[in-house]
Ligand binder design. Structure first.
Ligand code: THU
Length: 162
């Protein structure tokens, strides 16, 4: 039997002062989007901001629903909006931020598994890694150099081909 092992790599930054100016700007736009989230049930607001290769910015925030599973995460809303408005334009950067009505989010908030799967398909299609930063209200920030780092063992559409 062969041992199977994959590693993920990222960077842990002490705070926003270690970000580049474009990253700080994208994070600010993600925070503005987060403030517009519709999260009356969880009280947990998430904002996502994407920078497109042509400079356009697309944002998303979580949208909840009384029928809980009908809601959607900020990240998927942003990615689907980008795919819908700018088909064929690569996504170069993503910033995610989250905040709770009930506690202070002092760690970087990374995307859920379903969002990782969606992000990865866009990344594979465009053949360009999406740089990502994850933040909370305060504290450390994670930087990753592509969605493939988040989901090393993923479901790939070739599995659907006959
Ligand atoms: N949420 C996101 O928007 N992104 C994630 O990656 C995880 C969770 C939202 C969904 C729900 O509205 C709230 O956060 C609590 O789970």
């Amino acid at each position: 039997m062969e041992r199977y092992k994959q590693e993920i790599h990222g960077q842990l930054l002490d705070g926003p002062s270690e970000l580049t100016d474009p990253e700080r700007n994208l994070l600010r736009l993600a925070r503005e989007a987060m403030d517009r989230a519709y999260a009356p049930y969880s009280g947990f607001r998430v904002g996502a901001a994407l920078r497109m290769a042509d400079g356009a910015i697309v944002t998303g925030n979580n949208q909840e629903n009384a029928a809980f599973p009908s809601g959607l995460c900020a990240e998927r809303i942003a990615f689907f909006a980008a795919g819908s408005a700018y088909p064929g334009v690569a996504i170069t950067d993503l910033a995610i931020v989250a905040s709770s009505e009930n506690f202070s989010v002092e760690h970087p908030v990374a995307p859920c598994g379903a969002c990782r799967q969606v992000m990865l398909e866009y990344e594979l299609n465009q053949d360009l890694a999406i740089r990502m930063i994850f933040s909370g209200d305060k504290g450390r920030i994670i930087r990753m150099e592509g969605a493939h780092h988040l989901l090393p063992l993923f479901f790939h559409e070739v599995s659907l081909r006959r």
